[in-house]
Ligand binder design. Structure first.
Ligand code: FUB
Length: 322
């Protein structure tokens, strides 16, 4: 049975949970971590995942069901390796799985696969989404039906290599005092298979309206964006990477700008931290991962959840990781 702050499954390693309510159940779309003897480095080579499993729960106390392999890299014609953090969305009576992987040239791109069922199996498109790059897609479908994709991650995720609009393998991030790189956002076409608008960088500012600086590692964007709406406001949350926090910023429009507000979750065991936020059966939940099940191995992680609470003013109460 599932319980707060415990791995929701223990028979496989899982990470990067994207949780959604579909057909009255909670569906979780995680990365599927694997064990291997390959190298560990800042490029993220240790995250060598090859497929996705979809998980579901009838309620927060029920057994978490593993629906099995929903998409394998061998069935993605354009991808070569590293199926990283996915997300899912529902539109046009279809479920869409969005996922990053390296293409045949070793460049991270974002692909889409579709299914009639939230648990898959998913059928991948022949090619990645034209104009896509970097990692960690998160898709938010606005009440008017417009879908937005948020994406991007530094270091192994290659976001800093795209500052000119072209991939430059030698590029490094901005100087410490310069504005940090924000995540990217693009509107999706009505069929959810392409970008309707060119990806553009999101601005994250402090309470005075100044851009968060690249050297401000407690607040600057690193990877793992998530979008949710609460009280008519848009909440952009993400990982700070090197300082291992989940933090958030609030805006009035899905494309920003967003004002930095604070920390959602303090650092977990393991280098990465990655999450989603979902309302289910009248309560709000944070889905996250840590490396406790593997005794602290960074690339063997486990998805967990905990309840999330808002203050009267709409700010989120910080959760202390234990
Ligand atoms: O799981 C591989 C990568 O680690 C994800 O894409 C990042 O967000 C980090 O969790």
């Amino acid at each position: 049975m599932a319980a707060p702050n415990e791995p929701i499954v223990t028979h496989i390693y899982t990470a990067d949970p994207s949780a959604h309510v579909f057909e009255g159940k909670l569906y979780i779309y995680p990365s599927h971590d694997i064990d291997h003897d390959g190298p560990t480095n800042d490029n993220g080579d240790q995250y060598a995942m090859e497929d996705y499993h979809v998980l579901s729960m009838d309620n927060m106390e029920s057994h978490c069901v593993d629906h099995g392999a929903a998409l394998h890299i061998k069935d993605v014609p354009w991808a070569s390796k590293q199926m990283w953090a996915p997300d899912a969305a529902f539109k046009n009576d279809t479920y869409y799985l969005f996922f990053p992987a390296r293409d045949k040239d070793g460049i991270f791109r974002i692909g889409v696969a579709s299914s009639a069922s939230p648990s898959g199996p998913f059928q991948a498109q022949e090619n990645y989404i034209p104009g896509s790059f970097s990692i960690d897609p998160a898709v938010f479908v606005e009440e008017d039906g417009q879908a937005y994709m948020y994406f991007g991650g530094l270091w192994g995720g290659q976001l800093e290599k795209w500052q000119t609009g072209e991939f430059n393998p030698e590029a490094v991030g901005p100087d410490a005092g310069a504005p940090a790189l924000g995540p990217q956002v693009a509107q999706l076409s009505d069929d959810m298979l392409t970008f309707k608008s060119e990806p553009k960088e999101i601005s994250i500012v402090d309470e005075e309206g100044n851009p968060i600086a690249a050297g401000d590692e407690d607040r600057r964007y690193f990877e793992g964006p998530w979008m949710h709406k609460f009280g008519g406001k848009y909440y952009l949350s993400y990982s700070t990477g090197t300082t291992h926090k989940l933090v958030y910023a609030i805006g009035d429009h899905p494309e920003g700008p967003f004002v930095f507000k604070g920390t959602i979750l303090t650092p977990v065991l393991g280098w990465t931290t990655h999450h989603s936020i979902v309302e289910f059966q009248g309560k709000w939940y944070l889905f996250y991962h840590d490396a406790s099940l593997s005794g602290g191995v960074d690339h063997k992680r486990s998805v967990k959840f905990t309840e999330l609470a808002y203050n009267e003013d709409g700010t989120i109460q910080t959760i202390e990781y234990k």
